[in-house]
Design a protein around this ligand. Structure first.
Ligand SMILES: [Zn+2]
Length: 301
């Protein structure tokens, strides 16, 4: 059992914001390499209308493929009941629902207020979904490019509502506004209300604070982190939001701290090469893959 659970969200959060399309075959090769590196949870796509995000048009096929990889929890995003039904049909093990705490972002992203979106997720939770885990992710929890400040009380209220019917709740810094002090404060506030239902942290590295924020969340007891290989990612409906926290650097940080992630760093770097081959025009980031592992470094066995 690893100490830290990393969910690779590159195939979803990364590719939906990439300027170039990755072919379905290249996605499969990348996801296969990610699984081989030990990533036990992979968010492989999003069940949104293909017209809206063409990069996600093949999500059903990618979910079906990822299900064939042993030991991988296949995650998909859904914005509504229709998307949820498609996710179940394709065989996703876990579905994550983004609920924006920012009113402006919510209306722009899903054309629903946060309260309407919570009700949509409730409807999904009531729809039969045997064996499928449901996560409610409070997005723009730390600020919003449209609205600016997002009141912490709004985040707590939404997280509390989602905890009533979701298996787990995550807080997401969709646009890379968070700082470590804020992360500690908000995770503590939400945890006070919903306890162990608060599971995941999703950070973007827009201002270079992705790792610092992940560490702050770790210190507040968080053990589930989303990250994206090569720091791909962003939100097409939140201008200026780029780059998830980088999987390679996140895994290195935790392993160097003596915490087991279950991920093999050499195989992770190999998967990065597959990613680059699959979408060569897209910029990738990351310090550890470029610098290499420190001399004498030993990963947590
Ligand atoms: Zn994101």
């Amino acid at each position: 059992m690893p100490d830290i659970h990393v969910c690779e969200v590159g195939p979803r959060d990364g590719l939906q914001n990439a300027k170039h399309l990755m072919s379905t075959e290249a996605k499969k090769a990348w996801i296969r390499a990610l699984a081989a590196a030990g990533l036990a949870e992979i968010e492989v796509g999003s069940f949104v209308p293909p017209k809206l995000i063409p990069a996600m048009a093949d999500t059903a096929e990618v979910v079906q493929f990822a299900r064939t990889l042993p030991g991988v929890t296949v995650v998909a995003l859904a914005p509504n009941l229709k998307g949820f039904q498609r996710a179940i049909e394709a065989g996703a093990h876990k579905v994550t629902f983004p609920v924006s705490a920012s009113r402006e972002h919510s209306v722009s992203n899903v054309r629903m207020t946060p309260e309407q979106m919570v009700e949509e997720v409730r409807k999904c939770a009531q729809f039969p979904h045997p064996g499928v885990e449901i996560e409610g992710a409070v997005s723009t929890a730390f600020g919003c490019t449209m609205q600016g400040v997002v009141p912490e009380d709004d985040v707590v209220r939404i997280a509390k509502a989602l905890a009533e019917f979701c298996d787990g709740v995550a807080l997401a810094d969709t646009v890379g506004y968070a700082n470590p002090a804020q992360v500690k404060r908000l995770f503590r506030k939400v945890k006070d209300q919903i306890g162990a239902k608060l599971e995941g942290a999703h950070f973007h590295n827009t201002r270079g604070l992705g790792l610092a924020n992940a560490l702050a969340a770790y210190e507040e007891g968080v053990r589930h982190f989303d990250s994206s290989m090569g720091g791909l990612g962003g939100c097409p409906f939140a201008p200026g939001a780029s780059g998830n926290v980088i999987t390679e650097d996140l895994v290195f940080m935790f392993e160097a701290m003596g915490l087991a992630t279950g991920i093999d760093l050499d195989k992770l770097f190999a998967a990065r090469e597959i990613l680059i081959q699959g979408i060569p025009e897209e910029p990738v980031y990351g310090h550890t893959p470029l610098a290499g592992l420190p001399k004498g470094f030993s990963a947590h066995a």
